[in-house]
Each structure stands twice: as C-alpha cells, then as structure tokens.
Design a protein around this ligand. Structure first.
Ligand code: CA
Length: 274
C-alpha cells in the first residue's frame, strides 16, 4: 500500500454526445497505487460487459494482492520482474474470462476491450496495455506518450504508409489490432518507468485523444493539475466541446510525495506470488 497523501487521483468518464451507452470502464485507488482503464467494443451492451469485467476483475485481484503484501516489514530487495509476471498472469486470466463469456453467451459474441493499467509502487510504475487506450506522462516541460497503440492506423504510421496529418482524419482510426477477449490468449505490452515527484500520469480512452490534441491536453494538465478533479473534468468537457463522438474517460494521478516501499514489502509480495 502507498501511504496516504503520496498520490492524488481523479477520474472522469462520460458517454460523449453521440453514444447512448458508456462502454468505457475505469478504476483508480491512490492507496493501492492502481489505475485501470478499459474501452469495450461489441453490440448490445457487450462492450460494457467486457470493459467492466476486465476492470472489476483486475481491480479485485491486484487490489487484494497489494493490500495483503503491505502487512509485513522486514528487509527485502526489489523485483520488478515479479510484479510484471503477476500483472501478465492476471491480465491473461481476465482475457480468458472475457473470451469464455463471449463464447458461451450469444449476445456477448465478438465482445472485447482495450486495457491500460498502471501499478505504482516503490517510486516506480509498471504499465500494461492492449489496444489503443493510452498512458501519458507530464514531467516538467515534457509531455510524453508512454504507450504505443495497437491499432491499424498506428501500424500504417509506423510503416510510413500514411502521414500523421492524414492519420488524424483517416477512416477506421478506431480499429484495434489487439484486444482482450477476442482470443484465448493475448499479447500484452508491459513496461516499467521510474516515477518522480510532481509527475502527472494520464490514462485515457481514445475518446479523449481522438478529439483533443496532445498539446491541448498538456496545456490543461500544466494549468489545472493543482486541482486534479477539475483537470479531469475539463479534459472530458474539451472532448465533448470538440464533438464528443465517442465515450471519453480520463484517470489522473499526481505524485505528491516519495512512496518508497517499506522494507519487507517486496519479500512479502514475493512470498504471496510464489
Ligand atoms: Ca472508444
């Protein structure tokens, strides 16, 4: 667990102006250091089922693990690989649960969801993602996208088939090349980052970054991150002001203090993961 007041968090989610359902699902908990955002797809509310299943399951399983691992404090080393392995196992299990539900319930057929997950611990952060939901970081003057979309348009950009300008207006911008729930197994990208005092982490669905330029997102965070909820709500408003064509979801995390793990936390966690 992360000590109180080390992280400030806020979330905001909205169906947007066109869609009647909100198929995004979000979870954030400052003491767990855990943020999860999923953007579901599939007709007849199935997208909502897929994103909800992913978010609820990962929040419960990882949340339980983090809460129980903080009970003891003896000396121990660090092991990011252990954390990553555990995230991959849990995401794999969530993927299979969604896949199984989609196979066994006709109205859920074809459902799936993106996922972006951040687990902050010991002044570091592990980020897992599948699909085109994103994680950005504002650090001082730098505003960086730390995830790489699994989408058709990103593949075309990477191979030089289209220009960034053409990509902004291309049809099929929302076609993802990876999602949870569409196959029995899923390839997950996982990365580790250091975390510094003052960092602002943004997780968002494509309903934000499709509608609002990165420069405007960065400006909003620079201006409003003193009031994180206001910043989150403002980002959603900007997406809607620009047309609100999709569900839009935002999670913000601001690092207010050092959150080095108490000695022993790692050993305890490693024992639990055995
Ligand atoms: Ca979306």
């Amino acid at each position: 667990m992360i000590q109180d007041h080390a992280l400030a968090v806020a979330l905001s989610t909205d169906p947007g102006l066109i869609r009647t359902q909100n198929e995004d699902a979000v979870f954030v908990d400052a003491r767990l250091g855990l943020a999860i955002l999923a953007d579901g797809m599939g007709g007849y509310n199935a997208g909502e089922v897929a994103s909800g299943l992913a978010t609820n399951r990962l929040a419960a399983d990882l949340g339980h693990l983090i809460a129980s691992s903080s009970l003891q404090d003896h000396a121990a080393g660090h092991d990011a690989a252990t954390i990553e392995r555990h995230i991959l196992n849990e995401v794999g299990a969530a993927n299979f649960a969604i896949f199984h539900a989609a196979q066994s319930t006709p109205r859920y057929a074809g459902m799936g969801t993106t996922l972006v997950l951040a687990w902050l611990y010991d002044n570091r952060m592990s980020v897992a993602h599948v699909g085109d939901s994103r994680l950005y970081r504002l650090r001082g003057d730098d505003f960086d996208l730390l995830t790489h979309d699994h989408s058709l348009i990103q593949e075309q950009l990477d191979s030089g088939q289209i220009s960034p300008e053409a990509a902004r207006h291309a049809e099929g911008r929302n076609l993802v090349t990876r999602a949870l729930g569409v196959a029995p197994t899923v390839e997950v990208d996982i990365q580790e980052f250091d975390v510094q005092l003052g960092d602002v982490i943004l997780l968002c669905s494509d309903g934000l970054n499709d509608m609002v330029d990165d420069e405007e997102i960065a400006l909003t965070l620079r201006t409003l991150s003193g009031n994180l909820q206001l910043a989150a709500d403002h980002l959603v408003h900007m997406a809607n002001d620009n047309g609100g064509r999709d569900n839009v979801s935002v999670i913000l995390i601001k690092v207010l203090a050092d959150f080095a793990a108490p000695r022993g936390w790692w050993r305890r966690l490693q024992q639990l993961l055995k």
